[in-house]
Design a protein around this ligand. Structure first.
Ligand code: ADP
Ligand code: MG
Length: 502
């Protein structure tokens, strides 16, 4: 068995300022296996791979390839010892031919022998059953085929270890099947494949073993048959199935008034962000949520409701009336507000003051030709600073000098000031201190009791169970269930996330 091991990483440590990204992680890869590396965002998967491929230098630990210690200080070093990586974004040249892409950057010994290059390429394409020709321009191939060519290029460089970091995110089902066929083929030739993915179904379809990480630590290494899905989910989330005493929510059971149309009702809603069409509704004064693993499509669903991604189908009714929501402004005009997950990218305007950040969304709705007076702006800012206990020196302080939690409250103030009928909060409490977290949860429940409808997304299941009266469960970019009442407990949520019959 020992001889079967191609790669061993032992006791790997890596820290960034303020973050211990890897704390003594071990990883073992066998020849001819597909090995899933799993864990929620921030678990340390990418860091482990970057250490392995020489993008980062490790602080401590050893790497062995076929039993001998190797020193990897750069991606070139990794390449030389036979470790190849295909990143999620394809890093080939779209306007060159397939053959040129295959040999680019390593034509040294070949000179300009196009004929040989094309012939060799045809041979590789054929042997791996990739539907492309050597002289075809790369950009005329489908994304999946491009990905396969990137893999072929990596493999042809004599690789022993092939790393695929989320290669299937932008592929459709048929393309995934083609990729899997290629992976199986490589596996049978003895290549060890590390497969990073968020898709549970794919893991159980193609992988032999799974390594689970959480918070920079190794949780464990498992044979796929010995790790039922629900166990995998519980290990990723760090919740033991046994001691899942259900947390009693502070929230009273929500009671829907009969005969009243939902505040929002979506049917077959879908965007170009790779989710399956879904149905959804929320009633007046209700708090519900989307739950699932990171990458399961939670954010993409709420973005589709708000028109934040390109909408490709489905209908939306608000209070019983058909409405068109194709962009955020449409949603805002219909009484919706959306606090995005990416507050750096979409939320805060760093150089503007707390006051300016608060009035921004409402100012957009009013139109910039009807500005609020300075006096009114201060009045509004002070009101929300008080309401949300925002810790800031003054309303004129630039938002970038506030702590993360207080920045988050400013953005929340921005949306509350638009007086939405329906508020969507995507990870409003991520990365903020516990006190502020509780403040935000309480505020959500208070707003709901006053009649606002709120959809809440959080990676912390406890928080979701405390605030939501109904959970829409997602797996692999599909809505796979809906839980309420007695079903709102951790074990039920996790088994629904895990799905399958295991
Ligand atoms: P994963 O790929 O499992 O989502 P990562 O390896 O990307 O996790 O991240 C692990 C931790 O290390 C996270 O807390 C992340 O914020 C941190 N981290 C990763 N890369 C860097 C970096 N270049 N600088 C600072 N912190 C980083
Ligand atoms: Mg990553």
């Amino acid at each position: 068995m020992k001889d079967n091991i191609v790669l061993q990483m032992k006791n790997i440590h890596k820290s960034f300022p303020g973050v211990r990204a890897l704390q003594g992680v071990d990883f073992t890869l066998r020849k001819g296996e597909v090995h899933a590396l799993m864990g929620e965002n921030g678990a340390g998967k990418s860091t482990l791979i970057k250490v392995l491929t020489g993008v980062y230098s490790k602080d401590e630990g050893d790497i062995f390839l076929e039993g001998s210690a190797v020193a990897i200080h750069s991606p070139q070093d990794a390449q030389k010892v036979g470790i190849s990586t295909v990143y999620q974004e394809i890093t080939l040249c779209p306007n060159l031919s397939v053959a040129e892409n295959m040999f680019i950057g390593r034509t040294s010994g070949m000179g300009q022998n196009w004929k040989k290059m094309n012939k060799d390429t045809e041979k590789i394409l054929k042997s791996l059953d990739i539907p492309a020709t050597a002289t075809q321009q790369l950009e005329t191939c489908s994304l999946a085929v491009q990905q396969m060519i990137a893999i072929a290029r990596a493999v042809d460089m004599d690789c022993k270890v092939l790393i695929l970091d989320e290669p299937t995110s932008s592929l459709d089902e048929q393309e995934v099947e083609k990729l899997f066929k290629l992976m199986r083929d490589l596996r049978s030739r003895g290549v060890g494949i590390v497969f990073v993915t968020h898709f549970l179904d794919q893991v159980y379809e193609i992988c032999d073993r799974i390594t689970v990480m959480r918070d920079g630590q190794l949780v464990g290494e498992f044979e796929i048959e010995k790790l039922p899905r629900v166990q995998l989910v519980s290990k990723m989330l760090g919740k033991e199935l046994d001691d899942m005493s259900d947390i009693k929510g502070d929230q009273k059971a929500y009671e829907k008034k009969s005969g009243v149309a939902p505040v929002l009702e979506a049917k077959g809603r879908v965007s170009d962000a790779g989710i399956k069409p879904f149905d959804f509704h929320i009633d007046k004064g209700e708090v519900n949520g989307f739950t699932g693993l990171l990458g399961s499509g939670r954010s993409e669903c709420v973005r589709a409701l708000f028109g934040a991604d390109r909408i490709t189908g489905g209908t939306i009714k608000m209070n019983g009336k058909d409405v068109k929501i194709h962009k955020p402004l449409d949603a805002m005009k219909n009484g919706m507000a959306y606090l995005s997950e990416d507050r750096k990218g979409e939320g805060i305007v760093g150089d503007l003051s707390v006051r300016e950040n608060i009035i921004l969304a409402q100012q957009v709705l009013r139109g910039f030709f009807k500005p609020f007076s300075k006096a009114k702006q201060y009045e509004i800012a002070d009101e929300y600073i008080k309401l949300l206990s925002i810790k800031t020196a003054s309303a004129d302080t630039p938002i970038k000098s506030l702590s993360g939690g207080n920045q988050q409250k400013v953005i929340l103030a921005r949306w509350l000031f638009t007086h939405p009928e329906y508020l969507i909060l995507d990870e409003p409490t991520r990365g903020i201190d516990v006190g502020t977290k509780v403040d935000i949860q309480k505020l959500v429940l208070k707003l709901a009791s006053e009649g606002m409808s709120v959809t809440f997304i959080s990676s912390e299941l406890d928080e979701m169970l405390r605030t939501c009266s109904r959970l829409v469960v997602m797996r692999d970019r599909k809505v796979v269930g809906e839980l309420s009442g007695d079903d709102l407990n951790q074990s039920k949520v996790m088994s629904t996330i895990a799905g399958g019959d295991k």
